[in-house]
Write a protein that binds this ligand. Structure first.
Ligand code: NAD
Length: 499
């Protein structure tokens, strides 16, 4: 491997005994190590409250790698780069010990003063940690210092602003890497390539040829044991403010003048600025909220959201959102971007369906023509399907729907470690393109806050969809009044030609 592509850094993970570190971060770092993308000059300091020796920590790192990847080549060598520091992040005194450990490792491994601080902890600690990193001198380094911050970035615009001000006292905007793990997904990254590297799409990518765009991100699982967190969040804050709007921005943005971070981000920001703001009673014309009731899925009777652990029996929290998003600019005027996301739905999938307008006249009147669709399969399958009309061999001159498919093989899990692997590598390389800029966060909260404000004015009639369904009826009506309907995402599977 080209030596310049090998990364040298001290990676400090706050929350190193947590779920995210174990399931995503350690396996992703191992993959980078295994592929030769980490040089021998790297060290990881795990920070968490629980007392652990370095050896115990290294064993937990090895366990998490082996259980998630089923691989253990050079695992001892990999784990030997991991160190543990037991530390309550609210306790000011122990940052000094952390600083000496970081300086020692810097010298021992020749880390060139490069530091990545990864906050894999509850968001209420983000501000405190950032302030301490600066005041206790951990950010005084010869190399780069970068802060990686997990979602949620605030709870609304005022709290996001406050958090941003806190972290900006220690890090500049260029040094802050706000994770949206959807931006690490292979097919989300592919949206730009499909659009900007194909002569057949970009000329059609506008309101003259596109009827509507539908983005579905559905889960079959309910809230599981995350009831306490989810009660304060709901689908709007948990999924729409970040992942769904990020996909809208990538689909709607103008071609950037280059793929440089600032050029891509500024085009995305222009999309956020063009999204029609909805408020007050108008919200009902554009947004549908839902909460799952009980239902039977695969012969198992499942409880309603309100009967889940740590959930209020009268909860007004939405577990489903569908929306019509309008982008008021020249390219998109009049084209609805429909989004829907929810828990306990019939199928687990993330898909984008671009529906092209009908051709002016159907010569094949014996059959109703299907509109052309471009389907981007994001997860669990990854690929693209183009729905065309063509003649079947030997049959009359009639038009039948045919699909051209391309499938990425092998990746078959929600939120796979590969996404985190790419994002960690991007951060070490200093490429912030696939992280969210503050302006994107601020615009999206501003949009979403108006919806939450309208929803808190009234109590919804919940539950309004059965577990195992595709959401409330009102979500279908949202499209019906525009003359459209949701494509059945479970019938749009990508055809894997490699299998
Ligand atoms: P978790 O509860 O499993 O882990 C929290 C970690 O923080 C533990 O290591 C704990 O020891 C540590 N911690 C808590 N209080 C501390 C204190 N005062 N001082 C020092 N350490 C302390 O949480 P998680 O699921 O790993 O999530 C971490 C962050 O990542 C959250 O912001 C979450 O929203 C985000 N996130 C998680 C996932 C996921 O798959 N788990 C996915 C996306 C985003």
């Amino acid at each position: 491997m080209d030596e310049s592509k090998k990364m040298t850094s001290l990676i400090m993970i706050f929350g190193a005994t947590g779920d995210l570190a174990k399931r995503k971060l350690f396996p992703s770092l191992y993959r980078l190590f295994d592929k030769g993308r980490l040089s021998d000059q790297f060290a990881v300091v795990g920070v968490a409250r629980r007392p652990l020796s370095n050896e115990e920590f290294q064993n937990s790192v090895k366990d998490s790698v082996v259980s998630s990847l089923g691989k253990d080549e050079k695992i001892d060598e990999f784990a030997s780069h991991f160190y543990y520091h037991s530390h309550d992040v609210t306790n000011s005194s122990s940052y000094q010990t952390l600083k000496s450990l970081a300086n020692d490792l810097d010298e021992h491994y020749g880390l060139q003063g490069n530091r990545m601080f990864y906050l894999a902890m509850a968001p209420e600690f983000f501000g405190t940690i950032a302030l301490h990193l600066k005041s206790d001198g951990l950010t005084e380094v010869k190399g780069y210092k970068r802060l990686v911050i997990e979602k949620p970035f605030g709870h609304d615009l005022p709290s996001a602003k406050k958090l941003n001000e806190q972290i900006r006292t220690a890090f500049s905007e260029e040094e802050i890497y706000r994770i949206d793990h959807y931006l690490g997904k292979e097919m989300v990254r592919n949206i730009e390539v499909i659009r900007f590297a194909n002569a057949i799409f970009e000329p059609l990518w506008n309101n003259r040829y596109i009827a509507n765009i539908q983005i579905t991100s559905s889960e079959t699982l309910g809230v599981e044991e995350r009831g306490r967190y989810y009660e304060n969040s709901g689908a709007l804050r948990d999924m729409v403010q970040n992942h769904m709007l990020q996909m809208v921005a990538l689909l709607a943005m103008e071609p950037p003048i280059s793929l440089k971070t600032e050029d891509v981000r500024s085009e995305k920001v222009r999309v956020f600025r063009s999204i029609r703001n909805i408020q007050g009673e108008e919200v009902n014309n554009y947004f549908v909220r839902g909460q799952y009731g009980e239902g039977v899925v695969e012969n198992e009777k499942l409880p309603a959201y309100r009967d889940e652990p740590m959930v209020d029996k009268e909860s007004n929290t939405e577990t489903f959102v569908a929306a019509k998003i309008m982008i008021d600019n020249f390219r998109w005027a009049g084209v609805p971007f429909y989004i829907r996301t929810g828990k306990r739905m019939a199928t687990k999938t993330t898909k984008i369906v671009v529906q092209f307008k009908d051709i002016p006249m159907n010569l094949y009147y014996q059959r109703e023509l299907n509109p052309n669709l471009l389907v981007v399969h994001i997860q669990p399958e990854e690929g693209i399907t183009l729905h065309l009309n063509a003649k079947k061999a030997g049959v009359h001159l009639d038009a039948y729907e045919e699909k051209l498919s391309f499938a990425n093989t092998g990746v078959n899990a929600m939120n796979t470690p590969e996404g985190y692997e790419k994002l960690l590598y991007d951060c070490m390389r200093g490429d912030a393109t696939n992280f969210t800029h503050w302006d994107e966060v601020a615009y999206s909260w501003n949009f979403v806050d108006k919806i939450s404000a309208a929803w808190t004015q009234s109590k919804a009639d919940y539950p309004n969809y059965e577990s195992g369904s595709m959401g409330p009826k009102a979500a279908d009506e949202l499209l019906k009044k525009d003359g459209f309907s949701w494509w059945h995402v479970d019938e749009l599977d990508v055809i894997d030609l490699c299998k």
